[in-house]
Write a new protein. Structure first.
Length: 144
């Protein structure tokens, strides 16, 4: 059973890495923030279009390992249409899953669940969280 679950995690991560969602740039972003993981060289630029407290669109560009790039793809796919409050809750849930304080089974997180497999590899957790911490920085830039 665990091998099947690990296989599913790998498939979802590879799919997002090879077919990234919302990859590119927005023509008029509300905010753009760079995120870096100096330990492994992962780099991203995250752009948001926010109106009335709702994330209307997301775009990102970057380079790095499959986990960091897949994670930001999953993030982008999931936050469009969400309120800032909902997105902050997602950030907290992902961080909780990564540090083991939240069980993924208690959440309805779609492809985000695949990231839970990363916690088996503590050195890769920062890779998986890069997009999420960059999203937090974007909210700080917006004073939200």
């Amino acid at each position: 059973m665990m091998d099947n679950l690990d296989s599913l995690y790998r498939e979802v991560i590879l799919d997002h890495f090879q077919n990234p969602r919302h990859h590119g740039a927005l023509t008029e972003p509300t905010v753009a923030v760079d995120g870096k993981n100096p330990l492994c060289g992962d780099e991203i630029t995250l752009q948001l279009s926010v109106e009335n407290g709702v994330i209307k669109d997301v775009a990102w560009d970057g380079k790095g390992c499959a986990i960091s790039q897949a994670s930001i793809s999953v993030l982008a796919e999931n936050v469009v249409g969400k309120t800032i409050i909902e997105a902050k809750e997602m950030i907290n849930n992902v961080k909780g899953v990564m540090n083991g304080s939240v069980e993924v089974e208690t959440l309805d997180m779609g492809d985000l669940e695949a990231l839970a497999g990363v916690r088996q590899f503590p050195v890769r957790i920062k890779c998986a969280l890069l997009g999420w911490t960059t999203l937090e920085e974007a909210f700080k830039e917006l004073n939200i």
